[in-house]
Design a protein around this ligand. Structure first.
Ligand SMILES: [Zn+2]
Ligand SMILES: [Zn+2]
Length: 248
């Protein structure tokens, strides 16, 4: 574990050298002051919609000002197996580009700043200490092809920032599901059925888990993971994502 940690620090240090952090805005790439929070310039900060004011009491998705219920439409219609889920920003065109750069452009330093925002959210919501941080896994075939699970990289940073341990090996994806964003709500649910498996349920029993993913759309992925974790005896499941679609 220690050896792994120092190796990770070394890799991270090298990456910081290749892509120095806090020298350019992660969104518009204009130069910024080193102290700028989350490496986002003042004008981009104004453009991002942070999930701060009105959010769903279950999934954390931002809600429209004039929408009255406490739960979003999804959470009223679907049973979610996690206790609460939180998110940091609204998924719009700029955030889409940012996530694309992390996922396919492999610009890992972006994950560092996303994790900073997510850790700030965890602190703001005063989440109790978790036994495990678990990233939503990719199927091995997809991970091999992409060489990279963005949720795992984000989780590594959250783990370092919170001091909570991460386990990226126990929850695995056994179904190589089609990319979700082209599917309807119903298709997503069917697609996600029995997509995950827990290798060592004894490590999950009576434990508090924080699931981590980059984006929350209908919640079907997190829901499917949560269901498996509960089946393995998890005590409580929380989830955090970087971005979520606005409730419509
Ligand atoms: Zn900017
Ligand atoms: Zn909701």
């Amino acid at each position: 574990m220690e050896a792994y940690k120092s190796l990770w620090n070394l890799v991270d240090g090298l990456l910081d050298f290749v892509y120095p952090r806090n020298i350019e805005c992660i969104l518009c790439r204009d130069p910024i002051e080193k102290k700028e929070k989350y490496a986002i310039c003042a004008s981009c900060k104004k453009k991002i919609h942070f999930a701060e004011e009105k959010t769903c009491k279950k999934c954390g998705k931002p809600l429209e000002e004039l929408y009255l219920p406490e739960l979003c439409h999804d959470c009223m219609m679907t049973k979610h197996f996690f206790t609460r889920s939180y998110t940091c920003v609204v998924y719009d065109e700029e955030i889409k580009t940012l996530l694309y750069r992390l996922k396919y452009g492999k610009q890992r330093y972006l994950a560092y700043h996303m994790a900073e925002m997510m850790t700030a959210k965890i602190k703001e919501k005063e989440l109790e200490q978790m036994h495990w941080i678990i990233p939503v896994p990719l199927h091995t075939a997809k991970k091999r092809q992409r060489e990279f699970n963005q949720s795992e990289i984000i989780s590594q940073y959250i783990s370092r920032q919170t001091g909570w341990p991460m386990d990226e090996k126990n929850l695995i994806r056994i179904k190589d599901t089609a990319t979700q964003n082209k599917l309807s709500r119903e298709e997503r649910k069917i697609n996600m059925k029995n997509a995950f498996q827990i290798l060592k349920p004894e490590k999950i029993k009576a434990k508090k888990i924080l699931l981590v993913d980059d984006i929350y759309t209908t919640g079907s992925t997190l829901n499917s993971c949560s269901k498996e974790l509960l089946r393995a005896g998890a005590l409580d499941i929380y989830a955090i994502t970087f971005a979520a679609g606005k409730n419509i």
